[in-house]
Design a protein around this ligand. Structure first.
Ligand code: DOR
Ligand code: ZN
Length: 462
């Protein structure tokens, strides 16, 4: 319809290829339906500009009641830290240092990040470079990044965007030079074993991303039947190349809140049983079942990990509906019940090295979120570390943030921790209501709300 036309027209590099076809066939195995008309919002482009889409003024001015937040965040107000005063480095590796008023961490990494492309990339890249040393860059552009050559060109565009951000004074030269985009390939049923070998032999591609077709934003080129990619997965296992998994079935008969748990039984367990040598990251886990699955796994260290987003640590699904429908809390996998949030907090703060930071910061222009068929994704790039600090402090576990944010992921990926540090200060500040984005604007997660920790000054030391 006209709206989809509009969407396509604004998608970066949108060629109309892979547009919604409304199929509802069941996948040949495991992954489920390939339908794209199931409301999962995957038709969203990597919107780098929004033309001719103005929202009515009343909606633009709408803000949920401020009290709404407290209903949605169980655990209530952040707990004041106690017992963390004047800690020194904890284990000879951690740079953790916390007083009542400052918190210093080793420079963290973001193991799951969407940077988009074009004007959108230019709008968001500095925010991540200010806080993180390295980031796993997701490949779900339109068209997706499927080859080493495309990943290399995309990395170079990211580097260029970093340089231009320096020119605009958004980050320092040293931050731009030391921010390392770790590239990924988007796994399709056409991906060749050869491409994997080439990726493994080079130093651009760090991992390969599995999107079940239809699961999320720009996933229509993803995998419909896992059987069709087994030779490629075998090559990855052989080469030690990690598979990063969006763990949701897309079968429309499966309730959207159950799609991750069902994925574990239908896909994750059979896959890892078949290919125990394959390194797997269960991305953006959202359920107690996923937390348990990881926690109780018996594989040797380095074979299985999981990223956790700030929104899944801070909010349960009430957040999407409190005080009115709130699209900026909508992401995929969708927020779950409170029992799941608490299970995620428990594992994130447990010190278990299999759990690490991945923001899944997923920018979409305001007009593509505040609309009848809104895109999935929370934009957390600019205040990611502050959001995590909020979640860890509320759990009384600020002392565990350094390992989760700065050590575990590096260890999983076989890399040394970063050498720099970043300091947060205890001071109240309001998350901006909106930020400039590719000629329009974007609404960050929890816009307008007050955070109690703030990254100091220019951000991380390079
Ligand atoms: O909410 C999401 N947004 N989940 C995803 O898996 C993709 C992401 C995006 O690219 O917008
Ligand atoms: Zn993602």
């Amino acid at each position: 319809g006209g709206k989809q036309q509009g969407r396509k027209a604004v998608a970066h590099g949108g060629s109309g290829k892979g547009a919604r076809r409304g199929r509802r066939k069941r996948g040949a195995n495991g992954l489920g339906a390939v339908g794209s008309g199931d409301g999962t919002g995957h038709g969203c482009g990597t919107a780098s500009s929004v033309q001719g889409r103005q929202l009515p003024g009343a909606w633009r001015r709408f803000r949920p009641r401020t009290s709404a937040r407290d209903d949605a965040i169980i655990g209530g107000a952040p707990i004041r830290p106690n017992g963390f005063v004047h800690h020194g480095p904890m284990d000879g590796v951690s740079a953790y240092h916390c007083t009542m008023d400052t918190l210093t961490l080793r420079t963290p990494d973001d193991w799951h990040l969407h940077l988009r492309d074009g004007a959108a990339l230019h709008s968001v890249v500095a925010a991540s470079a200010r806080q993180f040393g390295r980031a796993i860059i997701m490949p779900n552009l339109r068209p997706p990044i499927t080859t080493v050559a495309e990943a290399t060109a995309y990395r170079d565009r990211i580097r260029l965007a970093l340089d231009e951000a320096v020119g605009r004074g958004e980050i320092s030269q040293a931050q731009a030079a030391s921010f390392r985009p770790l590239m990924t390939l988007y796994l399709t049923e056409k991906t060749s074993v050869d491409e994997i070998r080439q990726a493994a032999a080079g130093d651009v591609v760090t991992a390969v991303k599995l999107y079940p077709a239809g699961a999320t934003t720009n996933s229509d080129a993803g995998v419909r039947a896992i059987d069709r990619v087994i030779p490629v997965l075998e090559a990855m296992a052989e080469a030690g190349m990690p598979l990063l998994v969006h763990g949701e079935v897309t079968d429309p008969d499966v309730d959207i809140f159950d799609r991750e748990a069902v994925f574990i039984d239908r896909v994750m367990i059979p896959l890892r049983t078949r290919l125990p040598q394959l390194k797997v990251v269960f991305e953006h886990i959202t359920t107690r079942q996923a937390a348990e699955y990881i926690k109780t796994d018996s594989a040797e260290p380095g074979m299985l990990g999981a990223t956790i987003t700030p929104q899944h640590l801070l909010y349960n699904r009430n957040a999407i509906f409190t005080g009115g429908l709130r699209p900026h809390w909508y992401c995929l996998p969708v927020l779950k019940r409170e029992i799941h949030r608490t299970a995620l907090v428990e594992v994130a703060t447990s010190g278990d090295p299999r759990f690490f930071l991945g923001t899944d910061s997923a920018p979409h222009a305001r007009a593509l979120k505040e609309v009848g068929n809104g895109c999935a994704g929370c934009y957390t790039g600019p205040h990611a570390l502050e959001l995590y600090a909020w979640a860890f402090e509320a759990a009384g576990a600020l002392d565990k943030l350094d390992a989760f944010a700065s050590l575990h992921g590096a260890r999983f990926y076989g890399r040394a921790p970063n050498t720099g540090t970043i300091t947060l200060k205890r001071q109240d500040w309001a998350i901006p209501e909106s930020l400039p984005f590719a000629g329009t604007e974007i609404v960050p997660l929890a816009a307008g709300e007050t955070l109690h920790w703030q990254v100091v000054g220019e951000g991380r030391s390079a």
